[in-house]
Write a protein that binds this ligand. Structure first.
Ligand SMILES: [Zn+2]
Length: 408
């Protein structure tokens, strides 16, 4: 063959390989056990979208197949892999690092969470998060952000690990500057309903399309019900963010449990709530009205020990418990949401399908993310492949938009 012909042949082959790789992006077939039916299926994905789910005959042996569920959705993540979204000096690279750490845990969508801090720090970190999520890859995992505080109870116990120095009354002008800094990606806020101006604040948030959660509060029953009437729809980590000793009748728990307008988020890491509390919330609210969250911090995945955290000593115990020894309160969690899936089955006796619903489907419905949260034809292929051993979900593979982002 002459040189020009060889050259054009080379060019043609290169084009074929290139166009094929373009076509192949987001295309795959996955075989596993569907979490809903416990039957083997083959899921066909094209351009990141589930186009077909075929049930397979069981005679081929299903023992070695992983379970396939929708990727976990965690709407309260303070940080991961040594990166905190509230720390000074947060960078886009840090956001990517934390996100990659969460992919290993089967989390495909999450809300980076900033907690009570000085106003300029909150604005700065919201700007950083906004910038980071202009990246296409990260935007698939991070649809928006959550601000837990700073308008919460200043009282010890109810305040939890939030710094009292920065706890304040609701201030709409300031909050508006937060919305602006976030590039209008602030989706959720936690407020204490008993604070001056809290009800107007809740209404303003609702008008601006934000989800309002009540939490870290000592609101009485009428304040809680009024907050729900004004538009609060979520109770932040119900059963936590509460003093250790409370009145048996007049306390923030009963009214939140009784009010059907409030969907609690719960931390089912085995430390924040005990088995009976988890069972009660599950029975009272029902599987459709509970959201598992991790409340995971930047110390997740690090070895046990004492850590300095903005001048405070935080203790990570060998069992995975995070405590502020000075105040004798929990300082967030170290286990990701997959731990909660296993614990809900263990402590409440719920099915795997129900536990996954509380870790993915309910979140997608609450926030209107119609392209994810379940495995159906037409949905984005955000999937987690896992096994279960001793009530623990062990992630094998995480897929987002038809692309593998983590393999064990
Ligand atoms: Zn909290």
């Amino acid at each position: 063959m002459t040189r020009p012909i060889l050259f054009f042949l080379h060019l043609f082959l290169s084009f074929l390989i290139f166009s094929n790789s373009l076509y192949a992006q987001g295309n795959m077939k996955i075989t596993g056990i569907l979490y809903l039916t416990h039957q083997p299926v083959e899921i066909n994905i094209e351009h990141g979208i589930i186009v077909n789910i075929e049930t397979l005959a069981e005679e081929n042996g299903i023992d070695d197949l992983p379970i396939i569920g929708p990727g976990f959705i965690d709407v309260q993540v303070n940080g991961h892999s040594g990166v905190s979204f509230t720390d000074q000096g947060l960078t886009a690279e840090g956001v990517l690092k934390a996100t990659e750490g969460l992919w290993k845990e089967g989390v495909t969508t999450y809300l980076p969470t900033i907690i009570t801090a000085e106003g300029e720090l909150i604005r700065q970190n919201l700007r950083t998060l906004n910038k980071a999520t202009n990246d296409k890859k990260l935007s698939k995992s991070i649809p928006g952000f959550f601000l837990e505080g700073p308008y919460i109870s200043p009282i010890d116990g109810f305040r939890g690990a939030h710094n009292v120095k920065f706890v304040r009354q609701p201030d709409w002008d300031e909050f508006d500057s937060f919305i602006e800094a976030s590039g209008h990606k602030l989706l959720k806020v936690t407020v204490a309903p008993e604070l001056d101006g809290a009800m107007e604040f809740i209404e303003n948030c609702r008008r601006n399309g934000l989800k309002v959660a009540i939490g870290h509060h000592n609101g009485n029953a009428s304040q809680i019900h009024e907050a729900a009437l004004r538009g609060a729809t979520i109770s932040t980590h119900l059963g936590n963010g509460c003093a250790n000793t409370i009145h048996r009748h007049n306390n923030p728990l009963w009214a939140q449990m009784a009010d059907d307008r409030l969907t609690p988020t719960i931390i089912a890491d085995g430390f924040h709530l005990n088995a009976d509390e988890l069972s009660v919330f599950y029975k009272v609210k029902g599987v459709d009205n509970l959201l598992l969250v991790s409340d995971i911090t930047k110390l997740a995945g690090l070895p046990p020990g004492e850590y300095d955290w903005n001048g405070k000593t935080v203790l990570l115990t060998p069992e995975g418990k995070l405590r502020l020894p000075d105040l004798d309160v929990l300082a967030g969690a170290s286990f990701s949401i997959r731990k909660g899936v296993g614990n809900m089955m263990k402590y409440t006796g719920c099915s795997l399908a129900e536990a996954v619903q509380m870790a993915s489907t309910n979140q997608a419905e609450m926030f209107g993310w119609e392209d994810r949260g379940s495995i159906e034809v037409g949905k984005r292929a955000d999937l987690v492949l896992f096994n279960i051993q001793d009530d623990e979900v062990l992630v094998e593979k995480t897929i987002i938009d038809g692309e593998v982002v983590y393999t064990k």
